[in-house]
Design a protein around this ligand. Structure first.
Ligand code: SF4
Length: 428
């Protein structure tokens, strides 16, 4: 049985992502969606689709304020925007990798082809049981693997497009994480990344009073209660432990800490090197640092999503870096052993495949909000950048909300949190 995970930031590579120089930025092109997810934080009735001019203005703000490798195109669901092909083209021409964050419902073969021609780099499909989907009768995360496979295969058939999945994890669905990992590890050639985003439990908000612009407010109108989350508040370590039930070797290499608590694992990233049938190991913090630094030296920005052709280089990378790095040597050794046992292994590539865990805002016992330090999902609203997970506060109150504990601090565990499920992530 794998050891229980406890996050020690000194062991891992802190991604050097910052407000002004990041792997990712987050562009919201519409509030409209063709699904209603439990816990979605965008109000579909407001605003609707942005015009191409408004999107151009948002992109100009990003250009001025922040370098980034990828532009996550989010919403709502961006595929319901009638100009999505033009938007993708505009982002590509602006020098970013366009990543479409979608539930996949509106993705046809024809649209996929057009998006590819416009320069789409990747897709992140949001598929989980928080959705009431019209394209499946699946009742649990395990049954949803068929739908995930359908999307991955669709992209795989076209080729050259990065394919990621994200999934909200709650106390109710935590146990199914290992089955999703098991499924994804069978298809590293077409499933390039899986992201687990912890759902924050709004029902725990009762410990605080909330203020915006000096006035007391009722946060329940912004973050409604839901039965979906269950009563248990999760941490990244819970998901690591679940992944390890399926793959005891799972080991993160990189992280983003918290803005208030540097010992919290807000983004935790592990990159597997493996084939459809075998895991050879997980890349080391040193290798991750080398890739990030090398990419920054070459392209002047931090790497986030990688192309499928790069992701096929797991074998050669492990063999090349085996001389310098003990961890990579162990991956190379496992690969060579496998080849000796089964020579046909030589004909198969070993892929990089990323598993990311995101632990969004934690509300600490003293009322401070512990955000992701170096937030990759900053978005633009009315010419300024904000955390996308809390944009609804800006829209509703004109400022972020402050929290004041109701009772003596020592009686409150650092457990409550206000954030609702986020639709997106990234795979360095
Ligand atoms: S938007 Fe919020 S949850 Fe997402 S990365 Fe930024 S701070 Fe973290």
């Amino acid at each position: 049985m794998a050891a229980s995970f406890s996050f020690d930031p000194t062991k891992y590579y802190r991604l050097p992502w910052s407000l002004t120089d990041n792997g990712i930025s987050w562009l919201e092109v519409t509030t409209r969606c063709n699904l209603t997810c439990k816990g979605c934080y965008r109000d579909q009735s407001k605003e609707g689709h942005k015009s191409l001019k408004e999107i151009e203005e948002d992109l100009a703000v990003f250009k001025k304020e922040r370098k980034s490798d990828c532009m996550s195109i989010a919403g709502g669901d961006p595929l319901v925007h009638p100009k999505i092909v033009e938007i993708v083209r505009m982002i590509k021409e602006g020098g970013w990798k366009p990543i479409v964050n979608t539930n996949g419902l509106a993705l046809s073969k024809n649209l996929l082809q057009k998006l590819k021609e416009a320069g789409v780099f990747g897709f992140t499909f949001h598929v989980d049981t928080s959705q009431v989907r019209k394209d499946t009768n699946a009742k649990c995360e395990v049954e949803l693997n068929n739908l995930r496979h359908k999307f991955a295969q669709m992209l795989g058939d076209v080729g050259g497009i990065s394919c990621s999945f994200n999934q909200t994890v709650t106390g109710e669905t935590l146990d199914q994480v290992s089955e999703v990992v098991r499924w994804s590890q069978q298809y590293p050639d077409i499933v390039h990344a899986v992201v687990f985003i912890l759902f924050r439990e709004p029902a725990l908000m009762g410990n605080y009073d909330y203020y915006a612009q000096g006035k007391k407010i009722n946060m329940n109108s912004t973050y409604s209660h839901t039965e979906f989350a269950g009563r248990r508040l999760l941490k990244s370590a819970d998901v690591v432990n679940k992944i390890r039930e399926q793959d005891p070797d799972f080991e993160p290499s990189a992280y983003l800490g918290g803005t208030v608590d540097p010992h919290s694992a807000k983004w935790l990233i592990g990159v597997r090197v493996g084939s459809r049938s075998k895991t050879y190991g997980y890349i080391t913090p040193r290798f991750m640092e080398l890739v990030q630094d090398g990419y920054h030296v070459m392209y002047n920005r931090w790497l986030s999503y990688s192309s499928p052709s790069f992701l096929r280089l797991g074998r050669s990378s492990a063999l090349t870096f085996a001389t310098f790095d003990k961890g990579m040597r162990s991956i190379a050794r496992n690969y060579v052993r496998d080849c000796v046992k089964k020579p046909s292994t030589l004909l198969q590539p070993a892929y990089f495949q990323t598993f990311t865990i995101i632990q969004p805002i934690d509300l600490l016992s003293d009322g401070q909000a512990n955000m992701c330090d170096g937030c990759p999902d900053m978005t633009v609203y009315k010419g300024k950048m904000y955390w996308s997970c809390r944009l609804e506060e800006i829209k509703e109150y004109g400022s972020f909300v402050s929290c004041v504990p109701r009772t003596n601090l020592k009686h409150i565990e650092p457990k409550a949190t206000v954030r609702k499920q986020e639709q997106l992530p990234a795979s360095p």
